[in-house]
Design a protein around this ligand. Structure first.
Ligand SMILES: [Zn+2]
Ligand SMILES: [Zn+2]
Length: 227
């Protein structure tokens, strides 16, 4: 059963030649109709000059404000480098069982690691991260199966190790998950109950006062930085 629409929202004119290739691949894994769209947000507002990176949480909020409130889920896709305060970087961030998520291709590019560009690999990695973050919005949490797309990847090598597919356990969870309020009532006029944030992916930021990641869930899930 389809679970609504997922918009792949390329941010602020980011229009990679391979953008359309994401659509059928994401749609093949998740029970959603996938559309590609463009979203404009005030990106400079979310830049942290001291880190030369962009705040993922604030960008996610900006993406949600900029998107039409039509009940569709949304993955904002950007090429800027994302962080959250306690992590050196994140590949993405999502609202668990919420509406929105964001993915950065910055560290999915081979060039970031001093290697020759590889468009096929970049598309593979982007598909995995988009499916992963959108999976959180569909209610999936992190999976211990390292081949499952819901496995948390801290480094790009771990992204490469996993497949873009859900393992049997995650697939089963998705099939029994109840519909979200957005699907029951596609347009809400009143204030929305904030969704719990899913833990972001990324490397732990070294530091003496490194608190639990803000995305860490109170329900006792692992405390490792996730995404
Ligand atoms: Zn799984
Ligand atoms: Zn995750």
């Amino acid at each position: 059963m389809k679970r609504g629409t997922l918009n792949l929202g390329f941010l602020n004119g980011y229009d990679p030649p391979w953008g359309d290739r994401l659509v059928p691949r994401v749609q093949a894994v998740l029970p959603v109709d996938v559309d590609k769209t463009e979203i404009r947000i005030d990106l400079p507002r979310y830049y942290a000059a001291d880190r030369r990176q962009y705040n993922a949480t604030l960008i996610l909020a900006g993406v949600l404000r900029a998107a039409p409130r039509n009940g569709a889920r949304l993955v904002g896709i950007t090429r800027v480098d994302l962080f959250i305060p306690v992590l050196t970087f994140v590949f993405g961030q999502a609202q668990l069982r919420g509406r929105g998520s964001v993915v950065s291709t910055h560290r999915l590019r081979n060039e970031f690691y001093g290697l020759p560009a590889d468009e096929g690999l970049l598309v593979d990695r982007t598909v995995k991260e988009v499916v992963h973050e959108a999976g959180h919005t569909l209610g999936l949490t992190h999976c211990p199966n390292f081949e499952c797309v819901m496995h948390a990847a801290t480094f790009v090598e771990e992204v490469d190790l996993k497949t873009e597919r859900l393992c049997g356990a995650c697939q089963a969870l998705l099939e029994v998950a109840p519909p979200e309020p957005d699907e029951v009532q596609s347009v809400r006029s009143g204030p929305r109950t904030p969704a719990r944030p899913a833990p972001p992916s990324g490397a732990a930021r070294p530091g003496p006062a490194d608190p639990a990641p803000p995305g860490d869930l109170a329900s006792g899930r692992e405390r490792r930085p996730q995404g």
